[in-house]
Ligand binder design. Structure first.
Ligand SMILES: [Zn+2]
Ligand SMILES: [Zn+2]
Length: 190
């Protein structure tokens, strides 16, 4: 039992790294479904963005493939450790990540004291910084400390424009913020 618990925790930790790696790959190779999430962010209301992004089907297919690839290890180490490591990573990416990401985009589901806390404002701010200005930073949505350790952390700003904000236009993988007309108001806060 104890070994199973440690394997699960190890798998959970691996799942956090996997979340970072998968998000990096999505941007490195401009994977359409994720770039679509970045586009929607500016044009749809926050509730719709959250609802459309919380779709674990692709994660589940990916993890079934991982389980198939890892199945020979069961002959070596037994099925309990392999299944528990896999289960920990599955738990993080398919459940924890999906819920955290959806709540960041639609915080109204959370109690007020959580939404108002400095920790939540920073945590959500890291992901909004990724969406608004820094698609090449803050890849680990659930645990931004990992970005800090790996050198891709970008600190959130004091405030961001209310959404949706159709004047801000994403351009492919990068987020291009048009310059305001001379003398006009700034499009984004800093
Ligand atoms: Zn997002
Ligand atoms: Zn992204």
């Amino acid at each position: 039992m104890e070994i199973a618990a440690w394997c699960f925790l190890g798998g959970w930790g691996a799942g956090v790294f996997l979340e970072y790696l998968l998000h990096w790959i999505m941007h490195r190779f401009s994977l359409g479904f994720h770039i679509g999430h970045h586009r929607e962010f500016f044009h749809l209301d926050e509730k719709t963005v959250a609802r459309r992004t919380a779709d674990p089907r692709m994660d589940i297919v990916f993890f079934l493939g991982v389980l198939l690839a890892a199945s020979p290890l069961m002959l070596l180490w037994g099925w309990v450790p392999v299944l528990c490591v896999w289960g920990g990573a599955f738990w993080h990416v398919v459940i924890v990540y999906e819920i955290c990401h959806a709540l960041m985009h639609y915080e109204a589901l959370l109690p007020g004291f959580v939404r108002g806390s400095r920790l939540f404002r920073w945590w959500k701010g890291c992901h909004y910084e990724h969406h608004f200005h820094s698609p090449a930073g803050n890849y680990c949505v659930t645990f931004p400390v990992l970005d800090w350790l790996l050198g891709t952390y970008v600190a959130p700003r004091e405030r961001y424009e209310p959404l949706p904000h159709p004047r801000i236009k994403p351009d492919g993988d990068a987020i291009v913020v048009p310059k305001p007309p001379a003398g006009g108001p700034a499009v984004t806060s800093s």
